[in-house]
Design a protein around this ligand. Sequence first.
Ligand SMILES: Nc1nc2c(ncn2[C@@H]2O[C@H](COP(=O)(O)OP(=O)(O)OP(=O)(O)O)[C@@H](O)[C@H]2O)c(=O)[nH]1
Ligand SMILES: [Mg+2]
Length: 1135
Amino acid sequence: MSINVSHSGFQSERFAMRHTSLDKLIELQKNPANIRNLCILAHVDHGKTTLADCLVASNGIISSRQVGKLRYLDSREDEQIRGITMKSSAISLHYQEGGQDYLLNLIDSPGHVDFSSEVSTAVRLCDGAVVVVDAVEGVCPQTQVVLRQAWLENIRPVLVINKVDRLIMELKLTPQEAYTHLQKIMEQVNAVTGTLFTSRVMEEQAEKTKDEKGSGTLPEDQVYDWSAGLDEADDSNLYFSPDQGNLIFASAIDGWGFSIQHFAHIYSERMGINAEVLRKTLWGDFYLNAKAKKIMKGAQFKGKKPLFVQLVLDNIWSLYDAVVIRKDKEKVDKVLSSLGVKVMARDSRHSDPKVLLSAICSQWLPVSQAVLSMVCNKLPSPLQIAAERVEKLMSVGVRRFDTLPESTQALKNAFLQCSSNENAPVIVFVSKMFAVDTKSLPQNRQRPLTQAEIAQRRELTRQRHAERMATEQTAAVGHKNHAGNNQLNIQMGELSKDDMENQVPKESKEEEQSETFIAFARVYSGVMKRGQRIFILGPKYDPAQGLSMLPEQCSASDTFPEVPHLSCCSIENVYLIMGRELEELEQVPSGNVLGIQGLEEFILKSATISTTPACPPFTPLNFEASPIVRVAVEPKHPSEMPKLVRGMRLLNQADPCAEVLIQETGEHVLVTAGEVHLQRCLDDLKDRFAKIEISASKPIIPFRETVVRPPKVDMVNEDLGKQHKVAVIHQVKEDYYHDRSSETLHVDSSGLVTLTTPNKLATVSVRAIPLPQEVTCLLEKSSALIRTLEQVNMSLKEGRNIDVSVRTLEAIADFKAQLERMLQGRKWRNAVENIWAFGPRRCGPNILLNKLEGYQRPSLWQCLCREDKNGAQAPNTREFDNSIVSGFQLATLSGPMCEEPLMGVVFSIERCDIQSLNSPYQNNLEESSTFQEASRANKAEENADALEVNPTEPSQDRRSLETTSAGCYGPVSGQLIAAVKEACRHAFQAQPQRLMAAMYTCEIMATAEVLGRVYGVLGKREGRILQEEMKEGTEIFIIKAVLPVAESFGFADEIRKRTSGLASPQMVFSHWEVISSDPFWVPTTEEEYLHFGEKADSTNQALKYMNAVRRRKGLYVEEKIVEHAEKQRTLSKNK
Ligand SMILES: Nc1nc2c(ncn2[C@@H]2O[C@H](COP(=O)(O)OP(=O)(O)OP(=O)(O)O)[C@@H](O)[C@H]2O)c(=O)[nH]1
Ligand SMILES: [Mg+2]
């Protein structure tokens, strides 16, 4: 292990306890071959921070007695109180093995779902990950998520099966049983990796085949053999296994951990067996034949003890038995001597047997050594970064790596070389910004005085004292009383206080600047220096554009023209991150993780920085959780609003996932990933960023609005015969005639809504149709792809050509094919081809359908058919096209029920006439009198030509469009937007409307005793159990359930309370679900009257939700007041 390096000056003071000096770490930073950047990943509570404690203790930063108690990397107060990690934090450690010095930049990450964005930011900066799995709980939902995250970022994982002590102390398994159990856990983890691997290989094969097809090497009809790729691909390094050296068994809390190698080494010496043979046989179905002194296969079949049980587990079990269970002094001594371990008397006399246990284990099987050795041997160094990973990092969105400018592609080599040469380009990625107290920055820190300084000050004080004594004495001549002495004492007191104050550094005057933002980053190439000028590349920066606009060889210190998404600034400071502290550095060479000060004005959450404008921005981080819980925040005292606004801005910057927005209503809304995250954000806002009292609304629960097919049964489950159905529709229609129908609005019995603009110039007919659920799901899932498609179409429309990667095109084609498969039947004929737009925000789960006869607009899928890529169809696009899309976007953004976004609705535009005043082309489809009247009415006001777009005349003269647009374009397009929006809303209301609720899936682990109570709580909150199974080999049940988000607040707490902390749920947003009850329902049939009474005021959940939202938004709420309660009772009595 590392040795204490003596060092002079103040650094050695600060590092007194530590084994490694700052200078040593700085030296190690220069040798990338011996650097490992790694993060610890796991499900919540599987022991990441405790394991990190063990590793930190190995460097003497904390004492080994504090391991597991201190949780050093959980530096926040709320992390300590709640016992969960909320922010990922880094620390640099030193490890020595085989004569080599290694530098380990370790990042501890949170396991709670609410903070999974912190995991994404950590994973991006690393080359490897230590995945921790609880030996009892095994693979949990977040374990799968983190394995996938590691996989997506191409970083290599190693596995630690932690808490093995629980198998001994809690489950009381025998060593043999424990062996089987551990094997199962290993298999579970490997199964997850296997799935990830197979899907990747298949994807790559598909891409390859496509490329080959493209270049014509494969005949079209050749069927590709999927499994071929699997056979070829090398997966031997992929799986975790003790004999591969990438799996460790540990108990972080008791401080032990081991790899097979360790035991192979011990026993090869003791038993004279080749270490290599032992390494291969210690794990697996092998046993020791004592007579023949041979290792044989088939332990299970022959009923023998496997080697692993005999040589490894038995020893550990007997140690626990002697020390913790029986506390047998004699036996302990025997074990100690057989292990060759000596403990201090004070440890062996300690009343807590765990102290003795830790003392023994930390010598016998130190977990830090096992883990760090595995990390150094199995995880790649920054020099070994894979070319594939580099290309992935460099190609953003739809762009292909090989379409990037040449000088950009050339940067790939800089990544691979990871060089710290003077002329290597600097490339740094900032994955998050974190706030630190400005006072705690090293430059503002009150530093302890060195011995020499202390001596100097002492001398100075003595001198001054002596001087004062002298003056006092002369002054006091003749007044020989004691008062003088007293005076002197007081003065001396003051003096030393004075002196003390001199040591306190000048506090920064600006109270405002109490928080400083530090960028959490990694250098991929070059050297990041203090004071350096660099470019900051926003996520949308395009190197091709940048290079063309900037002069050649332009550097960040030159003056240069403005380029979109590019800015430049100077680095104020660079730091080594040491957990709770930062250490100032002059520079940080390539391959290291670092903290950077001076970027807060330029970077919101993440960014790429470089010295060359050829550098592309890195692909955005993969965030697994989407923020869903929102609250409105306001200051307790309205005058403090500016502070709140500022605080929210800071919070937004300091958290990778929290979103801050100001709604149209002026409310300040905070969107977070879950309840725990919300609480943390509010605490941060109160205590750090705004420093004022705030009040937060109840969580705002999101809903979606949708339409459904008319129900077949009524509310009492009676079949609605034709008769009744008519009645229902009739009622709807009546409503329309009474409330809404007017001169300009017409609703027909099939739900087709026709609306004319107030100036009577344009008429649209719209119908709302519910989408099949699977289609809605697909749209929801594909929103990123739809956005890409939209981008591509936009640029095609503008005449720009962008290179779309094969993979993206394929995904689009696949998406289209899926839609076509799902939308079949007469009703949906040609629907997919005729999709006009998606909405809201152009990528939402609603469709605008073009059913206009004869209106041929460029297909949404035009990027798929290459031949007419250059848009021969473009002229067909009508001027009104945009207005209709905009109207649709507005309509889908907030629905008529409670102004929540729509979901799963198709609006088919079946007619659209836009009237022209002087045009010779009078509308020949619908020459209704309304239009003519309108024309007459408007003639006086509008002299200019009105826009005429006639869907039946696709070949219409383009010139007339251009000339006409000048005078009326504005008003008509504006009115058309409003008209389309209104028409969509009415069309929506003409169908049976429903609310959709956001649903969480939650997985709860509970023991049999508390199972009933868990079900109780779930039932009360309208949860639905999906699955219940028992975790193999344990007494634990895993319950999978879905639960409406609206009912989820306080759920985790309630479960915990009701089960005395024995069950704890993990909730993740899963999907949207239609609430079956109709919020507008009133009884129509006789049975319904009987059952619910005339007013139907028994609980209607959907109505309650809807009214709650309307009330919150200040919309009109139609409250039903119980008027005739008596009458209802009579009715049911009559029955
Ligand atoms: N029995 C046992 N308990 C352990 C072990 N390691 C950690 N624990 C306990 O497990 C709990 C969680 O430990 P942490 O280290 O905070 O877990 P974590 O993975 O960092 O949790 P999050 O950061 O919140 O995801 C604590 O109560 C630890 O004392 C172990 O090896 N054995
Ligand atoms: Mg933790």
